[in-house]
Ligand binder design. Structure first.
Ligand SMILES: [Zn+2]
Length: 309
């Protein structure tokens, strides 16, 4: 399901595509879970895409019920196009770009659409711990750029003392990633994130940032550090180059596509970049399908109008 394929579909065809993705074995009633005996309402009297659960609860349902697309005034065709755009753009897509490419009426609709898709891309916390060789590193996002020459003597990782928001990224070598926007990069913040996401049998790889030392002792595979301060980038297979590539991608995305990301929403961008990274080895179409499927069972409501990109 590529962007150009989806853009040629009618709304009915787009809905049928969504039904095929969400219900590969035929319609499932979201109210009672029953899987057969459903009839589709037809004719002009009925809203398109409404099914009736005959053998179960007798309720009506649509394919978008109980998903991020529920009660949306945006067409299914536009939803699928937005999924395809976001899933294939390495550096992300701004709300403005979405609005333009989809021809949406308002910036706000595009903004909400993008954030709902980011929400769909979020990973279940119990989806399995990262294991094997796991690199951990932080990057700093947002805030005003620091003035040149404000670094203290010996301060080689300026970001760590700046007002920017830290993002902690955990990356399996040749595998999956997870990223978290945090309040700081101190030991008490890093330890619970590592415990909740990295299997204790793993080998932890970090730079020499001291807050990793204590938590590092909990990993049976050991904790190895590369001394960035001494200009060392790798010692054999001890390095955090994978995590740094991940961070670079997030930074390029935020600078190139989003320009400004508020602290409040940064975790959603982390979801988005993590999702694309985790499915980087599949095609754009397959990645899009995974994201669309993940939209099921997730809702996201915003009470206040969004002011920030
Ligand atoms: Zn039912």
């Amino acid at each position: 399901m590529t962007l150009s394929e989806i853009s040629k579909l009618t709304e009915d065809e787009a809905r049928e595509m969504l039904e095929r993705i969400m219900w590969p074995n035929g319609p499932v009633c979201p109210h009672c879970g029953c899987t057969d005996g459903h009839t589709k309402f037809a004719g002009k009297k009925h809203r398109a895409g409404v099914w009736k659960c005959n053998s179960g609860c007798g309720e009506q349902f649509t394919v978008t019920l109980n998903s991020i697309m529920e009660a949306s005034h945006i067409s299914i065709r536009h939803w699928l196009m937005a999924f395809a755009l976001i899933c294939s753009a390495k550096k992300g897509v701004s709300a403005l770009q979405l609005q333009r490419q989809l021809g949406l009426g308002s910036y706000r609709s595009a903004w909400h659409l993008a954030h709902r898709i980011r929400h769909a891309m979020s990973q279940e916390p119990l989806a399995g711990l990262l294991r094997g060789d796991v690199e951990a590193d932080e990057t700093y996002v947002g805030g005003k750029p620091r003035k040149a020459g404000t670094h203290k003597v010996g301060e080689f990782r300026g970001g760590r003392s700046s007002i920017k928001t830290p993002v902690v990224v955990l990356v399996e070598r040749n595998g999956r990633s997870r990223a978290f926007a945090t309040t700081d990069a101190k030991a008490n913040t890093l330890a619970p994130i590592l415990r909740a996401n990295v299997d204790p049998s793993s080998r932890l790889l970090t730079d020499e940032w001291r807050p990793y030392i204590r938590i590092g002792r909990e990993f049976k595979g050991g904790h190895q550090r590369v001394s960035r301060g001494k200009g060392e980038y790798a010692r054999g297979d001890v390095h955090v180059n994978t995590a740094e590539s991940w961070n670079a991608l997030l930074k390029r995305g935020i600078m190139g596509s989003f320009h400004h990301v508020s602290k409040k929403h940064l975790h959603r961008y982390c979801n988005e970049f993590s999702f694309r990274w985790n499915y980087r080895k599949t095609t754009d179409g397959a990645r899009t399908e995974v994201a669309v499927k993940a939209a099921k069972g997730k809702r996201l409501m915003y009470r206040e109008p969004a002011k920030i990109i």
